[in-house]
Write a protein that binds this ligand. Structure first.
Ligand SMILES: [Ca+2]
Ligand SMILES: [Ca+2]
Ligand SMILES: [Zn+2]
Ligand SMILES: [Zn+2]
Length: 240
């Protein structure tokens, strides 16, 4: 098991090194997607649909990302059931549930109109987070931080699980005994400033969706690190 994971990891690392060597540290915007807004900082609501074991982790992630100069997050009463985790227009919904042996620890989905994010969903999977090695404060905080970061328009700073940790939750790397790996770092905040440097004519924050829902984009963070980072376009109804 360990060996096959390692082989897969090394294969993945090689591909990543060939494809991404020029851009890994320069830019980790997720495809240029961003919330439309007419002024900074903007306040994005995060619906709390997580169980008590996750509440503190969501609180920390909300506080961490709110340190950005361009945005604030605020936790609000959840608008959905964790099992379905349906999106609410103009904000994000954060859900925890035993989603089964799906292969992922956490998923972030965004719905887009052009390059503008219209709504977002984070799911963290208790099927894995209830068992070792993922049933720790460190792993829960790391995954929560990263998935919320995706819904702001960020992808990963680095997708090599085996190199020295960069000290941000947006880096693939074991967060155990590494508190820096459980929170954003300065480069994440710089990237957010770059993404949100322009202003838009309209806002998608707190706004209703147009009648036709465009496809969602998903960031899936698998429990096998070698598979992490595959960006999957979902089908038309927005489900992965
Ligand atoms: Ca802020
Ligand atoms: Ca790494
Ligand atoms: Zn814009
Ligand atoms: Zn991710």
């Amino acid at each position: 098991m360990v060996r096959s994971r390692l082989v897969r990891l090394l294969t993945s690392v090689a591909i990543v090194a060939l494809g991404w060597s020029a851009v890994v540290f320069a830019n980790h915007s997720w495809g240029g997607y961003h919330w439309a807004r007419t002024a900074n900082p903007f306040t994005l609501k995060a619906g709390d649909n997580v169980s008590s074991i996750w509440d503190g982790h969501l609180d920390v992630a909300v506080a961490d990302w709110s340190q950005s100069s361009v945005l604030d997050l605020t936790k609000v009463t959840g608008g959905t059931k964790p099992r379905n985790c349906r999106a609410t227009a103009g904000r994000i919904e954060v859900c925890s549930e035993r989603y089964g042996r799906t292969g992922w620890l956490g998923i972030a989905q965004i719905w887009i109109s052009g390059t503008h994010i219209t709504q977002g969903v984070v799911k963290v999977n208790d099927t894995y987070h209830n068992s070792p090695p993922y049933n720790t404060q460190a792993w829960r905080q790391y995954v929560m931080c990263q998935e919320v970061g995706h819904t702001l328009g960020l992808t990963h700073q680095d997708e090599d699980f085996a190199n020295t940790n960069l000290g941000t939750c947006m880096d693939y790397g074991d967060p155990t005994d590494d508190s820096a790996q459980q929170h954003p770092n300065a480069h994440d905040f710089e990237q957010l400033e770059a993404i949100y440097a322009h202003l838009d004519d309209s806002t998608t924050v707190g706004a209703q969706l147009p009648s036709s829902t465009p496809p969602a984009m998903g960031q899936i963070d698998f429990d096998t690190p070698g598979q992490w980072g595959r960006v999957i376009r979902s089908n038309r109804d927005g489900r992965l």
